[in-house]
Design a binder for this molecule. Structure first.
Ligand SMILES: [Fe+2]
Length: 190
Protein backbone atom coordinates (compact mmCIF):
# COMPACT_ATOMS: atom_id res chain seq x y z
CA UNK A 1 0.00 0.00 0.00
CA UNK A 2 1.31 3.47 -0.91
CA UNK A 3 0.23 6.25 1.44
CA UNK A 4 1.46 9.75 0.82
CA UNK A 5 1.54 10.64 4.55
CA UNK A 6 3.75 7.63 5.31
CA UNK A 7 5.89 8.32 2.25
CA UNK A 8 6.42 11.94 3.35
CA UNK A 9 7.37 10.73 6.85
CA UNK A 10 9.83 8.28 5.29
CA UNK A 11 11.30 11.11 3.15
CA UNK A 12 11.83 13.21 6.29
CA UNK A 13 13.62 10.27 7.94
CA UNK A 14 15.80 9.88 4.83
CA UNK A 15 16.62 13.61 4.81
CA UNK A 16 17.88 13.26 8.39
CA UNK A 17 20.36 10.50 7.44
CA UNK A 18 24.07 11.24 7.02
CA UNK A 19 23.74 10.64 3.26
CA UNK A 20 20.25 11.92 2.44
CA UNK A 21 20.56 11.42 -1.33
CA UNK A 22 21.38 7.70 -0.95
CA UNK A 23 18.71 7.25 1.71
CA UNK A 24 16.11 8.90 -0.53
CA UNK A 25 17.20 6.76 -3.49
CA UNK A 26 16.81 3.59 -1.42
CA UNK A 27 13.37 4.78 -0.30
CA UNK A 28 12.35 5.48 -3.91
CA UNK A 29 13.67 2.08 -5.02
CA UNK A 30 11.64 0.33 -2.33
CA UNK A 31 8.59 2.44 -3.24
CA UNK A 32 8.59 1.92 -7.02
CA UNK A 33 9.25 -1.81 -6.57
CA UNK A 34 5.56 -1.85 -5.63
CA UNK A 35 4.51 0.06 -8.73
CA UNK A 36 0.95 -1.34 -8.66
CA UNK A 37 0.48 -0.01 -5.13
CA UNK A 38 1.32 3.51 -6.35
CA UNK A 39 -1.16 3.17 -9.23
CA UNK A 40 -3.79 1.97 -6.75
CA UNK A 41 -3.18 5.10 -4.65
CA UNK A 42 -2.83 7.82 -7.31
CA UNK A 43 -4.74 6.23 -10.20
CA UNK A 44 -3.77 4.87 -13.62
CA UNK A 45 -1.90 7.51 -15.65
CA UNK A 46 -4.63 9.08 -17.76
CA UNK A 47 -3.12 12.39 -18.79
CA UNK A 48 0.22 14.16 -18.59
CA UNK A 49 0.57 16.49 -15.63
CA UNK A 50 2.66 17.46 -12.65
CA UNK A 51 0.52 16.79 -9.60
CA UNK A 52 1.69 18.09 -6.25
CA UNK A 53 1.37 15.33 -3.61
CA UNK A 54 3.18 17.30 -0.89
CA UNK A 55 4.57 20.84 -0.82
CA UNK A 56 6.54 22.37 2.05
CA UNK A 57 9.65 24.49 2.51
CA UNK A 58 11.86 21.45 3.09
CA UNK A 59 10.25 18.82 0.87
CA UNK A 60 8.16 18.62 -2.30
CA UNK A 61 6.73 15.41 -3.77
CA UNK A 62 5.27 15.37 -7.27
CA UNK A 63 3.50 12.75 -9.30
CA UNK A 64 4.88 13.34 -12.82
CA UNK A 65 3.00 11.75 -15.72
CA UNK A 66 4.60 12.22 -19.13
CA UNK A 67 2.56 11.92 -22.33
CA UNK A 68 3.82 9.60 -25.06
CA UNK A 69 6.86 11.09 -26.80
CA UNK A 70 6.70 14.39 -24.95
CA UNK A 71 9.77 16.47 -24.14
CA UNK A 72 10.38 19.00 -21.40
CA UNK A 73 13.05 21.63 -22.09
CA UNK A 74 16.25 21.86 -20.01
CA UNK A 75 15.78 23.15 -16.48
CA UNK A 76 17.49 22.97 -13.11
CA UNK A 77 16.09 22.54 -9.61
CA UNK A 78 18.82 24.11 -7.41
CA UNK A 79 18.12 21.39 -4.85
CA UNK A 80 18.60 17.65 -4.46
CA UNK A 81 16.04 15.64 -6.45
CA UNK A 82 15.41 11.90 -6.51
CA UNK A 83 13.21 10.28 -9.15
CA UNK A 84 11.52 6.88 -9.06
CA UNK A 85 9.75 5.43 -12.12
CA UNK A 86 6.57 3.40 -11.59
CA UNK A 87 5.51 3.13 -15.25
CA UNK A 88 7.06 3.55 -18.69
CA UNK A 89 10.43 5.14 -19.35
CA UNK A 90 11.92 8.57 -18.62
CA UNK A 91 14.96 9.54 -20.70
CA UNK A 92 17.07 12.21 -19.05
CA UNK A 93 19.55 14.34 -20.98
CA UNK A 94 22.06 16.17 -18.81
CA UNK A 95 23.44 19.56 -19.80
CA UNK A 96 26.17 21.87 -18.62
CA UNK A 97 26.52 25.59 -19.00
CA UNK A 98 28.72 26.78 -21.84
CA UNK A 99 28.45 30.42 -22.88
CA UNK A 100 26.16 31.55 -24.32
CA UNK A 101 23.90 28.55 -23.52
CA UNK A 102 24.21 24.84 -22.78
CA UNK A 103 25.86 21.72 -24.18
CA UNK A 104 24.83 18.11 -23.69
CA UNK A 105 26.75 16.38 -20.93
CA UNK A 106 25.48 12.80 -20.96
CA UNK A 107 22.17 11.17 -20.25
CA UNK A 108 20.44 8.18 -18.78
CA UNK A 109 17.42 6.01 -19.51
CA UNK A 110 15.26 5.33 -16.48
CA UNK A 111 12.93 2.36 -16.68
CA UNK A 112 10.10 1.17 -14.48
CA UNK A 113 11.33 0.47 -10.92
CA UNK A 114 14.52 2.54 -11.44
CA UNK A 115 15.44 5.40 -9.13
CA UNK A 116 18.01 8.12 -9.77
CA UNK A 117 19.62 10.94 -7.82
CA UNK A 118 19.89 14.39 -9.44
CA UNK A 119 22.33 16.59 -7.54
CA UNK A 120 21.50 20.24 -6.80
CA UNK A 121 23.56 21.51 -9.75
CA UNK A 122 22.06 19.20 -12.36
CA UNK A 123 20.48 20.68 -15.49
CA UNK A 124 18.31 18.15 -17.31
CA UNK A 125 15.69 17.78 -19.98
CA UNK A 126 13.24 14.90 -19.96
CA UNK A 127 11.68 12.86 -22.74
CA UNK A 128 9.23 9.99 -22.82
CA UNK A 129 10.33 7.90 -25.83
CA UNK A 130 7.41 5.46 -25.60
CA UNK A 131 3.91 5.30 -27.05
CA UNK A 132 2.45 5.06 -23.56
CA UNK A 133 2.39 7.24 -20.46
CA UNK A 134 5.42 7.37 -18.22
CA UNK A 135 4.76 7.86 -14.52
CA UNK A 136 7.22 8.84 -11.81
CA UNK A 137 7.42 10.04 -8.23
CA UNK A 138 9.74 13.06 -7.98
CA UNK A 139 11.07 14.04 -4.58
CA UNK A 140 12.78 17.43 -4.06
CA UNK A 141 14.63 18.36 -0.88
CA UNK A 142 13.21 21.87 -0.76
CA UNK A 143 10.47 24.22 -1.91
CA UNK A 144 10.28 23.15 -5.56
CA UNK A 145 7.29 25.36 -6.32
CA UNK A 146 8.85 28.63 -5.15
CA UNK A 147 12.64 28.18 -5.41
CA UNK A 148 14.45 30.43 -7.86
CA UNK A 149 15.77 28.39 -10.74
CA UNK A 150 16.12 28.38 -14.50
CA UNK A 151 14.73 26.90 -17.65
CA UNK A 152 16.32 27.09 -21.09
CA UNK A 153 14.51 27.70 -24.35
CA UNK A 154 14.50 24.36 -26.23
CA UNK A 155 15.47 26.01 -29.54
CA UNK A 156 17.84 28.84 -28.60
CA UNK A 157 19.03 27.35 -25.26
CA UNK A 158 18.65 30.82 -23.79
CA UNK A 159 18.35 30.88 -19.99
CA UNK A 160 15.27 32.40 -18.35
CA UNK A 161 13.57 32.11 -14.96
CA UNK A 162 11.70 28.82 -14.47
CA UNK A 163 7.96 29.20 -14.85
CA UNK A 164 5.89 26.32 -13.41
CA UNK A 165 2.86 27.37 -15.47
CA UNK A 166 4.97 27.26 -18.62
CA UNK A 167 5.96 23.69 -17.76
CA UNK A 168 2.34 22.72 -17.13
CA UNK A 169 1.46 24.18 -20.55
CA UNK A 170 3.99 21.80 -22.12
CA UNK A 171 2.17 18.94 -20.38
CA UNK A 172 -1.24 20.21 -21.54
CA UNK A 173 -0.02 20.62 -25.13
CA UNK A 174 1.45 17.10 -25.06
CA UNK A 175 -1.90 15.74 -23.86
CA UNK A 176 -3.72 17.52 -26.65
CA UNK A 177 -1.27 16.21 -29.27
CA UNK A 178 -1.62 12.64 -27.96
CA UNK A 179 -5.41 12.86 -27.88
CA UNK A 180 -5.46 14.22 -31.45
CA UNK A 181 -3.25 11.33 -32.56
CA UNK A 182 -5.48 8.79 -30.81
CA UNK A 183 -8.58 10.34 -32.41
CA UNK A 184 -6.96 10.24 -35.87
CA UNK A 185 -5.89 6.62 -35.41
CA UNK A 186 -9.36 5.72 -34.11
CA UNK A 187 -11.06 7.40 -37.08
CA UNK A 188 -8.66 5.75 -39.55
CA UNK A 189 -9.25 2.34 -38.05
CA UNK A 190 -13.00 2.37 -38.60
FE1 LIG B 1 13.36 18.26 -13.49
Amino acid sequence: MFEIEQFVADCHTALGETQPSLALKELLERTVERDRDIVAAVGEPAGADLTVLHAAADLTVLNAVWAPRMNLYPHNHNMLAVIGIYGGQEDNTFWRRQAPGLVVNGGTELHVRDAAILGPNVIHSVANPRRAYTAAIHVYAGDYLHAERSEWDPETLEERPFDFENARRVFADANAAWQREQATLGAGGR
